[in-house]
Design a protein around this ligand. Structure first.
Ligand code: ZN
Length: 343
């Protein structure tokens, strides 16, 4: 099958619009007719080669937030059938190790990489993936909205439910609240019962933070953050850090309440912060890393969207020709929530 789509020819280089041959699905694989693919910062990180930059993997179709319809199944695949609606699981997991078997898929001991980095993704109208990466998606959720589910909504669910265990009475700060993961983190933390302060530098995103149940707080300088509008003078019990800078980490550790939890989700190289064991012990602080989400959490995220409890914020839905414009808005920090390309 001949298809046309965007491909990476050099990690960090510009995308190129190509016509190329799509292989038939092999044993254990499915071919997906892509309805839409999410556009977010993680895709840009993948294109830059931040996750892996092996030249042997090129050319590569980027894009991991895939929503589509199973179009064909490879030999031996009984779990899927043509016509089934699916969303892509980002990690290429083995499905058989202890972590996979106990529903901790993102901790797979035999991780083979990522969709859009080690396998072709959704910046093309068709893609072939391992059947295990095609997670069922309920009907009734429009494709562009649904692209937020497998990462931008599932990641907040993993943080709130599994890692930070957010509950009623928590005072949660989300740093980077207007971004694709951040805006859904605000709504998810509120859904789990917390009072939420959403920090962002871009005030055009403040109404959306309010709409998701958070109190927007300007955060141009971490020396002058005033959380009083959110809940008065009490310190936060949880800081969810989507910025991942030395300043944000330092601010969180300094600001948290006794027993507080600081959750980090970014993977930038060469960012570190000095830790004081005395401070950690005397204030009983917890630092948590949070790594993507399980397949079960993808399913649960889809149910939350279908039930109207979580509202996908996909503010720019574009045809293929306008993908690069959305990339620029992401780099400028002006894109609210996620973008998506429709095929
Ligand atoms: Zn595994």
């Amino acid at each position: 099958m001949k298809v046309e789509g965007y491909r990476i020819h050099q990690w960090g280089g510009p995308l190129r619009w190509d016509a190329f041959d799509l292989p038939d699905p092999q044993a254990g694989e499915v071919r997906i007719a892509v309805e839409a693919c999410g556009i977010g910062l993680t895709v840009l990180n993948c294109i830059r080669g931040d996750l892996a930059n092996d030249a042997a993997r090129l050319p590569r179709v980027p894009g991991h937030e895939i929503v589509g319809m199973v179009d064909a199944v490879g030999p031996g695949v009984t779990s899927h059938a043509a016509g089934q609606r699916v969303m892509a699981y980002f990690y290429l997991v083995c499905g058989t190790c202890d972590a996979c078997r106990t529903g901790q898929d993102s901790l797979c001991r035999n991780l083979a990489g990522w969709v859009g980095v080690h396998r072709d993704g959704g910046y093309a109208p068709f893609t072939v993936l391992p059947a295990g990466n095609a997670v069922p998606l309920p009907d009734g959720i429009p494709a562009a909205q649904a692209t937020a589910i497998p990462d931008a909504i599932a990641t907040p669910l993993h943080v709130c439910k599994t890692r930070a265990r957010i509950h009623r009475g928590d005072r949660v700060v989300v740093i980077g609240a207007g971004g694709g993961v951040g805006i859904h983190m605000v709504e998810m933390a509120a859904l789990f019962g917390a009072t939420v302060a959403g920090l962002d530098v871009n005030e055009t995103k403040f109404q959306a933070i309010r709409d998701m149940g958070g109190m927007p707080i300007p955060s141009r300088s971490f020396d002058r953050i005033d959380l009083a509008p959110a809940w008065g003078q009490d310190p936060p019990t949880v800081v969810i850090d989507l910025l991942g800078s030395r300043e944000s980490l330092g601010w969180g550790m300094k600001t948290l309440d006794l027993g507080g939890r600081h959750v980090v989700l970014t993977t930038f190289r060469e960012v570190d912060v000095p830790l004081s064991p005395r401070d950690l012990v005397l204030r009983e602080l917890t630092i948590l890393g949070s790594r993507y989400a399980s397949k079960g959490e993808l399913l649960e995220s889809a149910q939350l969207v279908a039930a109207g409890k979580i509202h996908p914020v996909v503010s720019r839905v574009v045809p293929p020709g306008e993908v690069e414009e959305v990339h620029r808005a992401l780099q400028d920090g002006t894109l609210l929530g996620r973008g998506a390309v429709i095929w």
